[in-house]
Write a protein that binds this ligand. Structure first.
Ligand code: AMP
Ligand code: GLY
Length: 428
């Protein structure tokens, strides 16, 4: 079948890499793609937010299946537009994508279905929100309701900081996303991510991971989209996975079904592992980036079959997905200055040398110059994924690959995987 993939990040390069290995994939197109994806697919310059243009392209090329990578097109109703035009697509409808698009929606669903999550209140004006914060005290967490590219959350150490965050939200720091604010209890514990592929009724585990959101070593400095990740996350034991599936994922699916918004696609649960068990921090309705860059290389089963079953409601008919037992660890190479401003169009060399060490290099913000040179055009630019029998070994392999990339304007964190590696050291 001919498949159209939507997106242009490292996540989409990892998806393209896996999709093209499927027996079911004849032609792969990607809108808009990047320089790495261009080696696997035909890239087409279509805006992922232009539903009409995407539908028109599907008609022109007789596309059989559309895979949507990022959250914005999902929240923008791309899957609805495609289905209305008669095309099959992987990912949730606009109504189901509210699980990511509205934190208030998700918190209300948790309350209704008794899903463990931090205590919270929703507010549409600053004075009431601040009054609640003064009652609760700090630390406390302030969240813009809508999509804010991972930047709409402030973990406030003091009541003053919380009030400033509330003002910033209502004064428009996050645009429309901040028109409503969720104030929630601060949860203590270690964070981990669990991925489930869902078909409206059934959820199947699609792996676990931990990522590193802060830009600096030791998890310091500003938040980013993610500077690295590894899978599986050993902190999520089988017992915790079962608990999260039973107490969080399954009731979410049941609740969405009961509300008339059956959830199809990837449900990515950001979990806090508290003393009382896993608690839901947030949902995303797609693969994580860079988590996808460690999940896809570990997946042995056919991705297209899983995605088709998700879209058609037939996951139960598939054999259980098979996984490579090794650990995969990815290190993000970013442009110096990220997540602030950075220089564009700097030259990168040495990708083949990195791959010769046994790593996979997934591109994010890259393009080709007129002379064929590889150029960095974004903040997060490359993901170098290494493998090993432990997180320690996978980290070593990934950084060996990183060392082969010649890019003066790039930087990485040097400690991806540190939590798990510290534990591995303790247990030897
Ligand atoms: P979110 O975008 O909701 O995942 O939040 C971003 C980050 O803020 C999370 O990865 C956590 O580190 C932190 N965070 C969010 N909610 C809470 C909470 N209730 N308690 C403690 N930390 C939180
Ligand atoms: N790595 C975090 C995310 O994809 O939201």
């Amino acid at each position: 079948m001919d498949i159209l993939l939507i997106g242009s990040g490292g996540r989409e390069h990892a998806l393209a890499w896996k999709l093209t290995q499927s027996l079911h994939c004849d032609e792969l197109y990607c809108a808009p793609g990047n320089a790495g994806i261009a080696d696997l697919a035909t890239c087409v310059p279509i805006d992922p937010m232009d539903n009409a243009a995407i539908v028109a392209f599907c008609r022109e090329k007789n596309i059989d299946f559309v895979v949507v990578g990022p959250e914005q097109p999902l929240v923008n109703g791309l899957v609805d537009a495609l289905e209305a035009a008669g095309f099959d697509a992987f990912g949730p409808t606009q109504a189901a994508a509210q699980l990511e698009g509205s934190k208030g929606f998700t918190k209300d669903l948790c309350a209704e279905y008794d899903i463990p999550t931090a205590a919270y209140q929703r507010f549409n004006n600053a004075p009431k929100a601040k009054m609640y914060v003064r009652q609760q005290g700090a630390p406390i967490v302030i969240k813009a309701d809508g999509l804010a590219a991972g930047k709409g959350v402030v973990v406030a150490e003091t009541v003053e900081e919380a009030c400033e965050a509330i003002d910033a939200c209502f004064e428009g720091s996050f645009g429309e996303a901040g028109a409503e604010v969720v104030v929630e209890e601060f949860l203590q514990g270690e964070e981990a991510s669990l991925f489930a592929i869902c078909d409206g009724q059934t959820a199947v585990l699609m792996g676990t991971a931990q990522d590193h959101k802060r830009v600096g070593d030791g998890d310091t400095g500003p938040n980013t989209g993610g500077m690295g990740a590894y899978s599986p996350a050993p902190v999520l034991t089988q017992e915790l996975i079962d608990e999260a599936m039973t107490d969080i994922i399954v009731p979410t699916l049941a609740g969405m079904h009961a509300k008339g918004h059956p959830f199809r696609g990837i449900l990515y649960a950001g979990l806090m592992l508290t003393a009382d068990g896993p608690s839901l921090i947030e949902y995303n309705t797609r693969f994580g980036d860079p988590e996808c860059q460690v999940l896809m290389p570990r997946l042995k089963s056919d991705l297209v079959e899983l995605m088709l079953a998700s879209s058609k409601g037939s996951l139960l008919e598939l054999p259980e997905a098979e996984w490579d037992g090794r650990t995969a660890l990815t290190v993000v190479m970013a442009s110096k200055g990220y997540p602030g401003s950075y220089e564009k169009n700097t030259v990168i060399e040495g990708i083949e040398d990195a791959e010769k060490t046994g790593t996979l290099v997934f591109h994010a913000g890259t393009s080709r110059g007129g002379d064929g040179a590889l150029l960095a055009t974004g903040g997060r630019v490359l993901n170098v994924t290494g493998f090993g029998d432990s997180v320690t070994q996978a980290q070593k392999a990934a950084y060996e690959g990183v060392a082969k990339v010649r890019w003066n304007n790039g930087f990485t964190r040097s400690d991806i995987g540190w939590r798990a590696i510290a534990r591995e050291k303790e247990s030897t």
